[in-house]
Design a protein around this ligand. Structure first.
Ligand code: AMP
Ligand code: MN
Ligand code: MN
Ligand code: MN
Length: 301
């Protein structure tokens, strides 16, 4: 991605465009999505996306393909990844945007973060076996596109296939979340490390879908404060995971903490995701879009 740095600022049509159709959060078969980076790019483009980022969980393995596919469709591209972090005993997701995807420390940090996934998956399968659901490790693997990245989503798809539940959401609710029989405690990356990997690789760190966590107001305040202290600069305001009141709440938080605002569908699969690529409202006018601060990192077609 050498020419990441050779963008001509003066010809960048994305600057100062508040209502740009930017979708800066989605997943491919390189993590827990069901479409290839190429098929996602085609879908994003067909839906009117102008600036796109693929943000696979704990992975940058799809970045070169995603960028090439974006350019085939005339879309501008930002590199991306969604890093799993443990904060206050909960899993928090930090999206990185506009980094150098070949940065050695970032690549190593993501590899370390992925490392425990197979062990965790085997433990999940053993737990599920105790409640009579057998063969889920091998079953989940059938849905895995990247052997380094077995996720709860792959278990959920398999458990729907064998009729344990009607849809993945129900599997999460009954089996794969805290306190349920297939949930295995896991320690992910540290908040400070995730932010550091992203920012030292030239990117911007963004708190993903803050409305999804089960934090008390004090814990949420601590997350935002520590994230800022570590050098984090952005927060997702408009995401497929937020309700309309949450768009307003997190626009307020972006202003209060002087954070840039991001927008992304978190699209995973045509059959599963209720928010399609590019199909979100614009950011509220009072926040500053993260892509304005990433102008020099945008890869033009
Ligand atoms: P993992 O990284 O293996 O813990 O899996 C996390 C992924 O599971 C998230 O990125 C979502 O794609 C998916 N997920 C989490 N909660 C739910 C839910 N309630 N319903 C459907 N998918 C979910
Ligand atoms: Mn996911
Ligand atoms: Mn997430
Ligand atoms: Mn996501």
């Amino acid at each position: 991605m050498a020419d990441l740095y050779t963008i001509n600022r003066n010809t960048n049509p994305c600057s100062a465009m508040h209502a740009l159709n930017a979708d800066l959060h989605c997943h491919s078969t390189v993590s827990d999505g069901t479409l290839s980076p190429e098929d996602l790019a085609a879908r994003a483009s067909a839906n009117g996306v102008q600036l796109w980022a693929l943000t696979d969980h704990d992975e940058v393995g799809g970045q070169h393909r995603a960028r090439a596919a974006a350019h085939v469709h005339g879309m501008s591209y930002l590199t991306g990844s969604e890093i799993s972090v443990t904060f206050a005993n909960q899993t928090v997701h930090i999206v990185g945007l506009g980094f150098d995807a070949d940065n050695a420390a970032l690549v190593q940090g993501l590899s370390d973060t992925r490392n425990g996934r197979e062990r965790r998956a085997r433990d999940m399968a053993a737990d599920l076996e105790r409640v009579g659901i057998t063969g889920t490790f091998e079953g989940a693997l059938k849905y895995v596109g990247n052997p380094d990245l077995i996720s709860r989503t792959h278990f959920a798809r398999y458990m729907v296939e064998i009729g344990v539940c009607a849809d993945p959401h129900e599997v999460f609710k009954k089996y794969l979340t805290e306190g349920k029989p297939g949930f295995v405690e896991h320690r992910w990356a540290k908040l400070a490390d995730a932010v550091k990997w992203i920012t030292e690789a030239g990117g911007i760190a963004v708190i993903a879908h803050p409305g999804r966590y089960n934090f008390t107001p004090n814990e949420e305040f601590a997350l935002f404060t520590e994230f800022k202290n570590h050098g984090g600069q952005g927060v997702e305001v408009v995401t497929g995971s937020h309700t309309v009141p949450e768009y307003q709440k997190y626009a307020d938080m972006a202003q209060e903490f002087d954070l840039l605002a991001s927008r992304g569908s978190d699209f995973h699969s045509p059959g599963e995701s209720h928010t399609d690529l590019g199909a979100l409202p614009d950011l509220p006018g009072r926040v500053k879009p993260v892509w304005e601060a990433l102008e020099h990192r945008i890869l033009m077609p």
